[in-house]
Design a protein around this ligand. Structure first.
Ligand code: GAL
Length: 422
C-alpha cells in the first residue's frame, strides 16, 4: 500500500504528540445494561475516549453477572482475554491463581491505593499481596426501596421492624397496591434471603452461617426463623408476577405501582436515571432489622495479562486503571451507579442522602471490623458454593417446605458446594 504524503506527514505528527501516538484500545467485559448502569459505564467510556483510546464495549446481558462470567470463561480459555472484566470478590482470586491476571502494583503505588482504600477493599483487589484488580465502587445490598407517595397515601412510615412491615403491607395491599416488586431470578431471591438472614439472625449468625458455613448455625432454630420470615415475605411477591430483571421491579416502585423492593443500591441508579429524588419521590432505608449493618458488594475490574499486546494497548490498559481510581470518575460514576466510592478519602458533598448514609455506615463498619460480605454477590464464598446457594434458595422460593426442612436442605446444598469438585 503506497501511503500518501499527507498520511505520512499526519503519522509523523502523531508520533511527535505525546499521548496521541500511544492511542490504543481497551475491550472491557461488563453486564451493566440497565438505565442507571449504562449511564455509569458511559462515564468510563468517555474518560477513555478523552485519553484518545478506543473503547470496545464487551457487554453481556443479565443482572447479577452469571451470563457474563460464562462468556468470559469461554473467551479466556480460547486464549483471547479482554483488557479487563467485571469480576468480583473471591472470583478475583480464582482468575489470579490460574495466572491470567496482571500485577498492577506500579499503578497502585502511583495512586497511593494502600492509603486510600479501606483494608477490606484493598485485600479484595489483591492476590498473594499483589494488586490484580481495581475497585469501581462499594454497593450495599441490605436496602429497602419505598415509593413515598404510596406510603404517604396509606399513612405509614418506612418500616424499621418486621412487625411494622407486616402492618404496612396489610394497609398497602388493602389500598390495592402491589406490596413487594421483586424479580423472580435466583440471584434476586438470594439477595433478599441474605438480608433477611442478617436481620433475623444478626451479624454473628450471618458470618457463621453464610460466610463460614458453620453447620450448627446453618441447622439452628435461627435459620428456621430466617426461612419463616422469608416465606412470609413471599406472600407479598407472588410468583405469578412475571417480573424478570431486577430493574423491571425497580420501575414498578418508581412508577408508583408497587410500594417496596428489596435490592442493592444499584436500584438507586434507576431512580436517579428517571430524575427521582431521595426522600422526595422515594425513600431508601436499611432492610428492617439491619440498621447500622453493611452487607458489602464491591464491583471491580480484574486486569488481564495482555501478553504480546502492543505498547499502545498496554498504555490504554494502564489509563483504564488510572481513570477508574480518579476522583472525578469516582464521583460521577457512583452518583449514576447508586453506589459509593471505594476510596473513603473522597468528599461526599456531591452525593445524595442515601449515599452519605451508606458511606458513613461503611466507614463506621470498616472501623469496627463489622463489614459483612454479600454471599449473593460473590463476596463471601466460592462461586461453586454461591451457585448451590442460588439454586437451593430458588428451589425453595418456588416450592416452599417447612422452615426446619428448608434449613436442612440449604445446609446440605452449601456443604455439597464446599466439597464437590466441579
Ligand atoms: C451485582 C453487581 C451490580 C449490579 C447488580 C445487578 O452483582 O455488583 O453492579 O450489576 O449485580 O446486575
Amino acid at each position: 500500500m503506497i501511503l500518501s504524503t499527507r498520511t505520512m506527514a499526519f503519522s509523523a505528527m502523531l508520533c511527535l504528540l505525546p499521548g496521541l501516538s500511544q492511542a490504543g484500545s481497551v475491550e472491557v467485559l461488563h453486564y451493566w445494561t440497565s438505565g442507571g448502569e449504562a449511564r455509569s459505564v458511559q462515564v468510563l467510556q468517555q474518560a477513555m475516549q478523552e485519553d484518545g483510546h478506543t473503547w470496545d464495549d464487551f457487554v453481556v446481558q443479565g443482572g447479577g453477572g452469571g451470563n457474563a462470567m460464562a462468556t468470559l470463561q469461554d473467551r479466556v480459555l480460547r486464549g483471547n482475554p479482554p483488557t479487563a472484566a467485571q469480576i468480583k470478590g473471591l472470583d478475583i482470586q480464582r482468575w489470579a491463581r490460574l495466572g491470567f491476571l496482571s500485577n498492577i502494583n506500579g499503578l497502585a503505588d502511583e495512586q497511593q491505593w494502600d492509603e486510600r482504600l479501606p483494608p477490606v477493599v484493598a485485600a479484595a483487589m489483591q492476590y498473594n499481596g499483589d494488586y490484580v484488580a481495581v475497585p469501581v465502587n462499594v454497593h450495599r445490598t441490605n436496602w429497602l426501596w419505598a415509593n413515598k407517595r404510596i406510603l404517604d397515601s396509606v399513612g405509614v412510615a418506612v418500616p424499621t421492624t418486621w412487625a411494622e412491615f407486616d402492618q404496612a403491607a396489610d394497609l398497602i395491599a388493602a389500598a390495592g397496591y402491589r406490596v413487594i416488586a421483586q424479580g423472580h431470578q435466583d440471584w434476586q431471591h438470594a439477595t433478599l434471603f441474605e438480608a433477611v438472614a442478617l436481620s433475623v439472625g444478626g451479624p454473628e449468625f450471618y458470618q457463621a452461617a453464610l460466610v463460614e458455613h458453620d453447620f450448627r448455625a446453618m441447622r439452628s432454630d435461627t435459620m428456621d426463623a430466617v426461612f419463616d420470615r422469608y416465606y412470609r415475605l413471599l406472600e407479598h411477591m407472588p410468583l405469578s408476577d412475571d417480573l424478570g430483571e431486577w430493574n423491571q421491579a425497580t420501575s414498578l416502585v418508581i412508577n408508583g405501582e408497587a410500594a417496596f423492593q428489596f435490592m442493592g443500591d444499584w436500584a438507586k441508579g434507576e431512580f436517579s436515571a428517571e430524575g427521582k429524588v431521595a426522600n422526595t419521590d422515594y425513600v431508601c432505608a436499611p432492610v428492617p432489622g439491619t440498621q447500622n449493618q453493611f452487607l458489602f458488594n464491591i464491583d471491580s475490574f480484574a486486569i488481564f495479562d495482555l501478553r504480546g499486546a502492543s505498547q499502545a494497548d498496554q498504555t490504554a490498559q494502564n489509563d483504564l486503571v488510572r481513570n477508574i481510581m480518579d476522583d472525578s470518575f469516582q464521583r460521577t460514576f457512583n452518583q449514576n451507579k447508586g453506589s459509593i466510592p471505594p476510596r473513603t478519602d473522597m468528599s461526599m458533598s456531591a452525593f445524595d442522602d442515601c449515599a452519605r448514609v451508606s458511606m458513613s455506615e461503611f466507614i463506621a463498619a470498616a472501623a469496627n471490623d463489622s463489614l459483612l460480605p454479600s454471599i449473593a454477590h460473590g463476596m463471601a464464598t466460592t462461586g461453586t458454593v454461591q451457585g448451590y446457594f442460588y439454586e437451593k434458595i430458588g428451589e425453595l422460593t418456588v416450592n416452599p417446605i417447612s422452615p426446619s426442612e428448608s434449613s436442612r436442605e440449604l445446609a446440605k446444598a452449601i456443604r455439597y458446594g464446599q466439597y464437590v469438585i466441579k
